[in-house]
Ligand binder design. Structure first.
Ligand SMILES: Nc1ncnc2c1ncn2[C@@H]1O[C@H](COP(=O)(O)OP(=O)(O)O)[C@@H](O)[C@H]1O
Ligand SMILES: O=C(CO)[C@@H](O)[C@H](O)COP(=O)(O)O
Length: 535
């Protein structure tokens, strides 16, 4: 038995570039934090930023790389002194939409793992599709259109699933696999999301998909909380059986697989709670309130907020809320986030964030009217790619005159676009609004200052920028509550997070921000129409 004071909770995040973990105590205070970066720790998989881009432009990650990262991460946690025997519950999160294809018989393999051997060597032949399609892929347009027309159009699909069809969503991705890799699809016994794949590894059984991450598939009826048969049929044959059942995001799935008890000295009574998507998990890790807007600056940039009711969106997504399944969250995702910031940092600022920040701070708000929109990958909203630079008269220009102009154009362009699309979605910003920033770039004050200015709203940050893995650790505790005693999940969550440190004010907008950026948002809307028409 682990005493109350000694209890620990473990949260993972299978993100695009790395596997991260937090261990927290019973008051949700952070005890240990570790990560495994895929490119540097697992060079044998030859990923760049965790991904593989094929000649045909499809974007995947090697599934077994994620498994190998689990082996390494658990070792690292032990090395830094985490006593895994005190962990009473595990949960976690993962990049959304990515799919994992389990070979027939894989569950039996997970049930009979040999603790003297690595996980990755034993699971090596468990995946019918060795490279999992991930959220950055845009190669499924034809399957999106087919899905929309099967249910009566894009608006109808959005009414059912919370989103019009998006290329990265799991339904169109599964449809592509079923069509282009028929034998592999037929040999697939179970399809997991990256999140339920993570839970399966610890459970030693196929873990169900949770409501929140399941909302990113274009397959789930977000009001009825079940698979929609028309959507399933439009995507692939026999899909329902391969997806399994759905569960609330805080469902207890069972006890940890004995393999981890033997190999890493976990407690046999440690429970596995459902994993969810990284954005829903961030909502948990940030303890997001109704007047707060979360901006995540990770590999992708996302904006999300808590919603009480689902509304119809033609742009962006409605997901089932991970804490209160009768509520929702609204989300926008932008593909060209940190990776394009890094690319411009490397070419303009000597590969240094310090230098990048200095150059950004050296330029005035509004950038003398220069504006830039940079899309290395086909963007999600709007669906365009390329680099677009404009002078103050909106004339296209090939280059800006200096590195600092380019850098400010990039950062202002990114946040102006976010504000424009967030406003279209109905995100309402007023004098009581707050932005909570998270993700790798949220540590960068110069960047976050521009976010505060563009939205004309104060920006707060948390001590921990990895709110998704932290959210996983909180979800572990939330999941194993006594449900008779704590029937209201939100009240219970407020109770357990009452001692967690509050977000602190990081950047306040300058007085002239509204005057500068409101017209720039209108300019963006006009420019983007022209660019879209020209493309
Ligand atoms: N000081 C910094 N300034 C701006 N961006 C940063 C800084 N430090 C890290 N980043 C960015 O954070 C990204 C990783 O963020 P993270 O939230 O961990 O992403 P993910 O969860 O997708 O792996 C990196 O790609 C990097 O560009
Ligand atoms: O596609 C989306 C959300 O819809 C992305 O936000 C992924 O969930 C990837 O997350 P990160 O690795 O950038 O955290």
């Amino acid at each position: 038995m682990v005493s109350e004071e000694e209890k620990m909770y473990l949260g993972f995040d299978f993100s695009t570039q790395q596997l991260k973990a937090f261990v927290v105590d019973d008051n949700l205070r952070v005890l240990f934090e570790e990560f495994v970066e895929f490119d540097s720790a697992l060079p044998e998989f030859r990923t760049q930023k965790g991904i593989i881009q094929s000649k045909d432009k499809s974007i995947t990650s090697p599934t077994i790389m994620w498994v190998k990262a689990v082996d390494i991460l658990l070792d690292k946690l032990q090395i830094i002194g985490a006593d895994l025997g005190k962990v009473v519950a595990i949960s976690g999160s993962a990049q959304q939409h990515g799919t994992v294809y389990w070979q027939k018989g894989s569950e039996a393999v997970m049930q009979s793992l040999d603790p003297s051997s690595f996980l990755h060597t034993q699971l090596a032949s468990c995946f019918t599709v060795p490279n999992s399609p991930i959220w950055m892929d845009s190669s499924t347009t034809e399957y999106c259109r087919k899905l929309e027309s099967a249910v009566g159009g894009s608006e109808e699909l959005a009414k059912i699933t919370g989103s019009v069809a998006y290329e990265r969503f799991s339904g169109p991705q599964i449809a592509k696999i079923a069509h282009t890799k028929k034998i592999a699809y037929d040999n697939t016994e179970r399809i997991s999301l990256v999140s339920s794949f993570g839970a399966s590894l610890f459970l030693g059984k196929y873990a169900p998909i949770d409501f929140s991450d399941g909302s990113g598939m274009n397959l789930l009826d977000i009001r009825k909380k079940c698979w929609n048969s028309k959507c399933l049929e439009a995507c692939a044959p026999n899909l329902c059986g391969k997806l399994g059942k759905l569960v609330p995001s805080d469902e207890v799935l069972g006890y940890i697989n004995p393999y981890y008890v033997e190999r890493f000295a976990f407690n046999p009574n440690c429970r596995v709670v459902s994993f969810t998507g990284d954005n829903p998990a961030s909502l948990i890790g940030m303890c997001l309130k109704s007047n707060e807007i979360a901006v995540s600056l990770g590999t992708s940039d996302t904006i999300f907020m808590w919603l009480e009711d689902a509304k119809l969106l033609t742009e962006g997504h409605i997901l089932i809320n991970p804490l209160q399944p009768d509520n929702y969250m609204a989300m926008l995702c932008f593909k060209n986030g940190s990776l394009i910031r890094e690319k411009i940092r490397n070419s303009m600022a000597d590969r240094s964030w310090e230098e990048f920040s200095k150059l950004l701070e050296r330029t005035p708000r509004g950038n003398f009217g220069n504006m830039g929109l940079f899309y290395d990958e086909i963007e999600i909203i709007p669906r365009i790619s390329g680099e677009f630079r404009f002078d103050k008269m909106d004339n296209p220009v090939k280059k800006f005159s200096s590195a600092e102009t380019e850098i400010r154009a990039l950062i202002e362009g990114q946040f102006v676009a976010k504000r424009a699309h967030a406003e279209e979605l109905g995100f309402h910003i007023d004098s009581v609004s707050k932005i909570l920033a998270t993700g790798g770039a949220s540590n960068n004050k110069a960047i976050v200052q521009v976010l505060a200015d563009v939205f004309n709203t104060p920006v707060y940050t948390l001590k921990e920028a990895n709110s998704a893995s932290l959210g996983g650790a909180y979800l572990a505790k939330q999941g194993i509550r006594d449900r008779e005693k704590h029937s209201d999940p939100v009240l219970y969550f407020q109770e357990i997070t009452s001692k967690v440190s509050l977000p602190t004010l990081f950047c306040t907008p300058y007085n002239d921000s509204k005057e500068i950026y409101t017209p720039m948002v209108a300019r963006y809307k006009k420019l983007i129409k022209t660019i879209s028409n020209d493309n």
